[in-house]
Structure formats: structure tokens, C-alpha cells
Design a protein around this ligand. Structure first.
Ligand SMILES: Nc1nc2c(c(=O)[nH]1)N[C@H]1C(S)=C(S)[C@@H](COP(=O)(O)O)O[C@H]1N2
Ligand SMILES: [Mo]
Length: 318
């Protein structure tokens, strides 16, 4: 999403010789003059990483929760991304996420659970049958895509987590390794990227733990090896490259709410009637199309999820 107004653009570290980068970092740290950082670097271009053949994933079925709308081309799904750990531009993730090592990978399940556990990605993949789910995903910036995800309901993980009665919310923490994710060194967000859901939202059958798309394991730029997909909420709720799932009693302080509380709320349900303070949310552009479409309440999933918010003022709880 567009960063808070005051956020300066920063040149990706990889295109700068390490010594220069180190010196620049020291300069940034010592002066706090982050705003100058962009002007010190070269604005060179970096080629997209050569696509490597990705492992195919066997799916047990195509979920009936899928939309029948045309899917967004693979090229757009994998080259037009938000993954700020790799940089602020739409093509930064496709250019730089090849640095992410997705094996070995494990997920820590902790907090209000009877038995905290660390599960390897291989074991996680065997927790439930994988299915294909075609979902609309609406970014808070005003664009949307239709993506054939592969995964299983997050509810399956919650069932196996053996949570206590105190668990009211779930926190998701993305990896934050500056060696692999150069922009984790920048102060855009209070890293790690943290997102959260109320427990009933997390348990909802639409909430997907995704491990693949278009028949293959997730490309790194889409949040490999495991990410969330919450189709009735703005895209930023769908945390990528998750390393920690924490069950908690209180509403999590999420990274975007911490960064700009007047712009991003905890719920962030897609809502055409509630504008972002800097732009309307009434319409959207489907990537690959020119015309604008009206944005639908709950991104078109109102029939399935509106009852989760019965009695809540969705203008106040944006
Ligand atoms: N860790 C992490 N997760 C993230 C983001 C991010 O910057 N970091 N961006 C979010 C935003 S704003 C969107 S729109 C979706 C984009 O997912 P996609 O690139 O797979 O379409 O990922 C979300 N998950
Ligand atoms: Mo987004």
C-alpha cells in the first residue's frame, strides 16, 4: 500500500556495492537523515530473477468456495506484488525475493495453546488435504486480482494447535531477516510484519493458509513457503512468509496500524462505503483491465462473512 505520507523512497541495497551501502547505512543511522538516502544511491535497474521450475502441488479438489471469475495472468500475479521486506515498489518483490531461503522453514505455534510447538513446513503440508481456491484479493491501494491459491483452511491449524479458552485473537508474524530481506533494515514498518485476526475470523472456512498458486508451490514474492489469504479483507491482512502463529487474549497491534492508525484499522474489511483518508475505496481496477469496477462490501464475500460483524459499527471499526 502507499506508505504513510512522510515515508521516503529508498534505493534497494542490492544494487549498491556493499561498502557504499555500509557507509550509507552508517550515515543514515548517525544522522537520521533517511530522507536523503534515496538521493545517494544509483537508480540502476535489476533484472528479474530467472524463473526456476517450481514443484507442482497435488490438490485433492477445487474448493466450491472458488469464484468462477477469470483468473489474473500468472505473470501479473508474480510480478505486481506488495512485500515491503523486499522493497516498496510493485516489482521489488519479483526482483529481490529470490534471496529468500524457504527451506528449511518452520512455523512456531505459541501463546494461548496447551502445548507450544514448532512444525516444519514439510509436516505442515501434511496436516490437511490441499485444495485449490480461487479468490478475489483486493489491495487497499485500489487494485484487485483473482488468484488460484492452493492451501487448506487455517481452521485446520487452529484445531491442531489445541488453544486455551483465553485465545481470542491470532497474530501472524512474517520472517524478518535483514540478510535475506534488505528492507527490514529500513524503518518503514516496525518489523516483523505482524497481522492479526479475531479468532472467529481466523476459524472462518474462507480463511486460507496458502502454500501454492497456479498449481505450484508459492513463488517467493507471493509469500513462500506459507502465507495467509483472507479474501474479504484488504490484501495487507494476508501476511506472507509466516514463521510464527501466536494465540493471544488481546487485539494484536498490527504493523500497519502501528505505522498509520488513522489510515489502517485492525479489521480492514473491504468496504466501499468507508474511504481511506487519502482516497476513495468505492471502485477498483482488476489487474489486466482498464475499466474500473465497483468494489463490493466484504470484497463480494458478504453473504459468507457479514454475520461475523453483526451489530458492529464498521465505520468506527474500519
Ligand atoms: N510480510 C508481508 N506480507 C504482506 C505484505 C508485506 O509487505 N509483507 N503486503 C501485503 C499486501 S499490501 C498485499 S496487497 C498482499 C499482496 O499479495 P500478493 O503479492 O501475493 O498478491 O500481501 C500482503 N502481505
Ligand atoms: Mo495491499
Amino acid at each position: 500500500m502507499p506508505p504513510p505520507l512522510a515515508f521516503p523512497r529508498i534505493t534497494p541495497s542490492e544494487i549498491t556495492p556493499p561498502a557504499v551501502f555500509a557507509a550509507r547505512r552508517a550515515f543514515i543511522r548517525s544522522t537520521g537523515a533517511l530522507i536523503l538516502a534515496g538521493g545517494l544511491g544509483s537508480a540502476g535497474t535489476v533484472a528479474f530473477a530467472t524463473p526456476t521450475p517450481r514443484e507442482r502441488l497435488a490438490v485433492s479438489r477445487r474448493s466450491p468456495l472458488s469464484t468462477s471469475e477469470a483468473t489474473t495472468p500468472y505473470r501479473d500475479v508474480t510480478r505486481y506484488n506488495n512485500f515491503y521486506e523486499f522493497g516498496p515498489d510493485k516489482d521489488s518483490p519479483a526482483k529481490h525475493a529470490h534471496r529468500l531461503r524457504t527451506r528449511p522453514w518452520s512455523l512456531r505455534i505459541e501463546g494461548e495453546v496447551r502445548r507450544p510447538q514448532t512444525i516444519s513446513i514439510e509436516d505442515l503440508l501434511a496436516w490437511a488435504p490441499l485444495e485449490e481456491r480461487i479468490y478475489r484479493l483486493r489491495c487497499v491501494e485500489g487494485w484487485s486480482m483473482v488468484i488460484p491459491w492452493i492451501g487448506f483452511p487455517l481452521a485446520e491449524l487452529i484445531r491442531r494447535a489445541d488453544i486455551t479458552g483465553n485465545a481470542k485473537y491470532v497474530e501472524f508474524h512474517s520472517l524478518a531477516d535483514p540478510e535475506q530481506m534488505p528492507h527490514v533494515r529500513t524503518p518503514l514498518l516496525d518489523w516483523p510484519y505482524v497481522e492479526g485476526l479475531r479468532l472467529d475470523e481466523a476459524m472462518h472456512p474462507l480463511t486460507l493458509l496458502a502454500v501454492g498458486l497456479y498449481g505450484e508451490v508459492l513463488p517467493n514474492q507471493n509469500g513462500a513457503p506459507v502465507r495467509l489469504v483472507v479474501p474479504w479483507k484488504y490484501g495487507f491482512k494476508s501476511a506472507k512468509s509466516i514463521v510464527r502463529v501466536r494465540f493471544v487474549e488481546r487485539q494484536p497491534k498490527t504493523a500497519w496500524v502501528k505505522a498509520a492508525p488513522e489510515e489502517y484499522g485492525f479489521y480492514s474489511n473491504v468496504n466501499p462505503a468507508v474511504d481511506h483518508p487519502r482516497w476513495s475505496q468505492a471502485q477498483e481496477r482488476r489487474i489486466g483491465e482498464f475499466r474500473k469496477r465497483p468494489t463490493l462490501p466484504f470484497n463480494g464475500y458478504a453473504e459468507q462473512v457479514a454475520q461475523l460483524y453483526a451489530g458492529m459499527d464498521l465505520r468506527r471499526n474500519f
